[in-house]
Design a protein around this ligand. Sequence first.
Ligand SMILES: [Zn+2]
Length: 256
Amino acid sequence: MAATVSDSSDASNRYRAAQLGLTRLLVRDVRGLRRLIIPARLQATVPDWLTAMQAVIDQYARVSASLGADFYDAQREAAGALGPFTVPVADPPPEEQSEASLRWATKDVWERDAEDPATTDAQREPVEVRLEQAEKKAEAVAQKLVTDAGRGTVREAVRQDRQATAWARSAALGACAFCKLLATRGAVYKQDTADFRAHDGCHCGVVPVFKGQRFELSDHAREWERLYREHAEPHSGDQLRRFRKALADNGHLPAL
Ligand SMILES: [Zn+2]
């Protein structure tokens, strides 16, 4: 039985790599759907694109959720947790949620009156540029919805499983300062109401902690924590910026 668990075990790194790989395939499929939009016929073609995007997001969200469930099962077994438990596999995001996100991503695509003072610079760009921007946003939105399905599955399993006590954030070495900071907080106990905060493009994972296990920060997360305490924590109001600078000054740049 694994007596300690960290934010960066081989298993959790493999799980994060699998989610990242899934995201790459998702982005490839999302880019393929772009040809459904005909710039000269936006009104007629964007709705078809929306429908196709939702289908792709659904399909990938199901895979993401089942990757999360497999990871949870393996971690649970490695922890020697007692009794059977069936992971509640998250459903794909509700249609209203993915539709709202995709409508946000495409809000600047529509033809506007250039004379109207309410028209923004982004909306005055040529249609190709507007579509390019919308495409990027749609990729980010799809990635977050899909990755959330896997993270949500692990979080919900921790909540329901009597053998699970906590969860921790697993951030990649190349994660942004915001994610690294949250990862240094270590185990978040299930009775705490803290939510998992994720931004678009965030690939952080959720690691479950079971009864009898002790959570330990990985060496690199402990180093992030030290940098935060020394360089950022005392500077209320400016902590994230200072932490980002301390990471950069000490060779912990995001690997973009
Ligand atoms: Zn992240």
